[in-house]
Design a protein around this ligand. Sequence first.
Ligand code: PHE
Length: 332
Amino acid sequence: MISDLDQHLAEAATAIATAGDLDAMRTVNSELLGKQSVVTEARKTLGGLDEDERKAVGQRLNEVRAEIEALVAARRSALEGEARAEQLEEERLDLTELDRGRRLGHRHVVTQTWERLEDLFVGMGYTVSEGPEIEDEWHNFGALNFPPDHPARDMYDTLYVDHGEPGSTLLRTHTSPVQIRVMEAGEPPIYSIMPGRVFRSDTADATHMPVFHQIEGLVVDRGITFGDLAGTLEAFTRAYFGGDFTSRLRPSYFPFTEPSAEFDIRRPDGTWLELAGCGMVHPNVLAACDLDPEEWSGFAFGFGLDRLALMRHGIDDLRELFRNDHRFLSQF
Ligand code: PHE
């Protein structure tokens, strides 16, 4: 009986060791330890043995059962370990795959234009200045020689802000008020550009937006002439667009410049494009900033920055610049 048990233990050990996976292990387990297993059946026969033998066989039976249980437990945990490792390997994510489709963001096409213009003028010795988007009537109009109730104010469909006296606070309609702030802040010589957002109560269409961008230029020094203005804008044209572009100035009107002009560029195909207003700083404007027009003279210009971006990339609808459609923006 005892040798039968020893024989059984040896066979059980082989069966356990050769169980290939957890399913096979479950079967082996019930065969070796379940209701119909050798050890369970053997226990039932103990009652028929005499006392000494029962004791010896019973003890050996307990040992064999415990050993089988231990072997089963060890094999099961080894198989579980293998299964877990296999599962991990299957579910493994190759994170380097994600890298392949990665796209970095980039600056908005308007920002690119803005920074390029800054670079160009900084290269010509200009500083960059900024002013507030919410302005007072004095800086946006009064100091710029717009008389009160003058029809020139209608050129700029102004968005007023409900603050202070009615009509006293507004969203700046152009970057020209920054000219005033720069002249108030320091003595000439001034060579500065002033990029920024401006606002007009326009309805959005392909060429108008209620919010857009300008870049103002202001030079105030001794002996500045209209020739300096023309030469500066021509130098700018060639540097920004290329040597096959040229520029012209056409007479125009702005209250804060005298004489005033429109600045057009001529494209290689011979067509003209209006880009900016400009002129010599009006003596009244210098005087409003406590500068003596007999001592100082200067010129100013104001570009539509969005228009430069449109033309550079052949975009035909201004609204695209403000829609923030990633599919559109990612092209530039
Ligand atoms: N501020 C003018 C505009 O918005 C442009 C301009 C700037 C004209 C500087 C002359 C000098 O239309």
